[in-house]
Design a protein around this ligand. Sequence first.
Ligand SMILES: *[C@@H]1O[C@H](CO)[C@@H](O)[C@H](O)[C@H]1NC(C)=O
Ligand SMILES: *[C@@H]1O[C@H](CO)[C@@H](O)[C@H](O)[C@H]1NC(C)=O
Ligand SMILES: *[C@@H]1O[C@H](CO)[C@@H](O)[C@H](O)[C@H]1NC(C)=O
Ligand SMILES: *[C@@H]1O[C@H](CO)[C@@H](O)[C@H](O)[C@H]1NC(C)=O
Ligand SMILES: *[C@@H]1O[C@H](CO)[C@@H](O)[C@H](O)[C@H]1NC(C)=O
Ligand SMILES: *[C@@H]1O[C@H](CO)[C@@H](O)[C@H](O)[C@H]1NC(C)=O
Ligand SMILES: *[C@@H]1O[C@H](CO)[C@@H](O)[C@H](O)[C@H]1NC(C)=O
Ligand SMILES: *[C@@H]1O[C@H](CO)[C@@H](O)[C@H](O)[C@H]1NC(C)=O
Ligand SMILES: *[C@@H]1O[C@H](CO)[C@@H](O)[C@H](O)[C@H]1NC(C)=O
Length: 455
Amino acid sequence: MESCCSCRSISKLTSFTLFIAFLLSCSFFTSSEAYDALDPNGNITIKWDVINWTPDGYLAVVTMFNFQQYRHIQTPGWTLGWTWAKKDVIWSMVGAQTTEQGDCSKFKGNIPHCCKKDPTVVDLLPGTPFNQQIANCCRGGVLTAWGQDTANAVGAFQISVGQAGTSNKTVKLPRNFTLKAPGPGYTCGPAKVVRPTQFTTADKRRTTQALMTWNVTCTYSQFLAQKTPTCCVSLSSFYNDTIVPCPTCSCGCQNNITQPGSCVDGDSPYLASAISAGGPKASNTPLVQCTSHMCPVRIHWHVKVNYKDYWRAKVTITNFNYRMNYSNWNLVVQHPNFDNLTQSFSFMYKGLTPYDGLNDTAMLWGVKFYNDFLNQAGPFGNVQSELLFQKEKSSFSFEKGFAFPRRVYFNGDNCVMPPPDAYPWLPNASSRPIISLLQPVMTILAALAFLLAYA
Ligand SMILES: *[C@@H]1O[C@H](CO)[C@@H](O)[C@H](O)[C@H]1NC(C)=O
Ligand SMILES: *[C@@H]1O[C@H](CO)[C@@H](O)[C@H](O)[C@H]1NC(C)=O
Ligand SMILES: *[C@@H]1O[C@H](CO)[C@@H](O)[C@H](O)[C@H]1NC(C)=O
Ligand SMILES: *[C@@H]1O[C@H](CO)[C@@H](O)[C@H](O)[C@H]1NC(C)=O
Ligand SMILES: *[C@@H]1O[C@H](CO)[C@@H](O)[C@H](O)[C@H]1NC(C)=O
Ligand SMILES: *[C@@H]1O[C@H](CO)[C@@H](O)[C@H](O)[C@H]1NC(C)=O
Ligand SMILES: *[C@@H]1O[C@H](CO)[C@@H](O)[C@H](O)[C@H]1NC(C)=O
Ligand SMILES: *[C@@H]1O[C@H](CO)[C@@H](O)[C@H](O)[C@H]1NC(C)=O
Ligand SMILES: *[C@@H]1O[C@H](CO)[C@@H](O)[C@H](O)[C@H]1NC(C)=O
């Protein structure tokens, strides 16, 4: 009787969480809008603080805040573009540069840094001489995720604009901002004037008031960024020998026969030449190890041990991309028991609460100098950790795939999960539904026999 009741409450709970997960995933997949249910306010805000009006324009400090909890911009870094509203030129920049100078032929003597109507700006590289730096510049365009490393989630440069308005009444805001990371995915809104804001000087020792400030907000959409997923999830458990692999073709179906060079076998004698093929230009195109899933990254979740009051899962992240080292990688995992994670061994951990009362999601990332660097495919291309959860007596069960995550993101990208009906079963789980179906039948038969016998 008792087991039956707890059974029902578990299935209610599971179907409820599955329903929520379904709703969330629906909103995720069907909308091309930049909206992420697990980071609803995630955005990159670009703030322009005019710190001085000049004879023909203004001097501004442009600051980029990556307010996204778990999505970062990794090397080769961000690229920021916009279109000038008038005939503005960039006299000079500190901490960043435009990729092209454009046609400055009408200038004599003093030549601007950039005369293009639609300049494209990139960060300077680490090691830039100090006199060309400002605070938060020169990280090669890398912005860490806000939830992981707030200090490095900010980038900045200084820009001197000429042939522009010279007061808050005549200045025209730049338009059509584009942010690339460096590929597509971000959509930027229009620049909006906000009331003059406090502005911290480069040495962070003095706060002044900006003369004028405007903001641009950019949001990310995985849908815009790429059509194919970039990671997948495989599952296993101590109670069932089956290893549930990543779904076939999770990240596409190319193979070396139909599309030569799209993947390479780990033991191929041509491995080294394939990795270097194409030179530095090819270094941004993934070269993955040939697998049935064809993903650059796989996350394996193993339910390892069952204790009386606790249970333990092992998480392994494997890199299948020969052309990519992931520094500052992060993982977002949704599982109902994350409200009661007791310990994370060798991964950093932070609970995410995208909404009040929703605390089943956690962010995990590597320990600095230990496993924050996920090496390219090969013998060292993996990182792992174990998670210890305290069981919640009323709802915990190994049945119905409870111990497996509902959703996994790697570096902010949604990973392909195996279908729920493929999750490893408890050894006796398959027989349960039959018993419960048979039970009423048996009861009726027994009752009939009883009636017949005494009729
Ligand atoms: C951008 O993110 C910040 C910090 O989370 C938030 O305060 C702000 O409202 C967001 N802006 C938009 C337009 O979503
Ligand atoms: C422009 O600057 C003046 C003086 O600083 C200020 O009084 C005014 O409110 C500003 N106007 C706008 C639109 O920011
Ligand atoms: C900005 O982009 C829109 C749509 O992409 C385009 O119609 C408009 O002309 C652009 N404005 C400028 C100033 O380039
Ligand atoms: C503009 O950006 C700043 C810097 O992050 C932020 O504090 C402020 O709320 C933003 N304002 C608007 C209107 O988005
Ligand atoms: C993939 O195709 C290329 C070009 O046809 C060939 O050189 C290479 O050996 C193939 N790799 C594997 C793993 O089959
Ligand atoms: C990845 O890092 C290793 C070790 O630091 C280095 O040897 C290798 O060239 C890097 N690979 C790529 C693709 O950057
Ligand atoms: C998680 O949420 C539940 C219900 O909303 C609440 O009872 C519990 O205290 C929360 N746990 C944490 C760690 O915030
Ligand atoms: C964790 O689980 C234990 C045992 O069920 C419970 O007493 C405790 O309140 C839970 N903690 C949170 C934060 O939910
Ligand atoms: C293990 O789980 C699979 C489903 O993934 C199931 O087909 C199989 O019967 C289970 N094995 C045992 C011993 O229960």
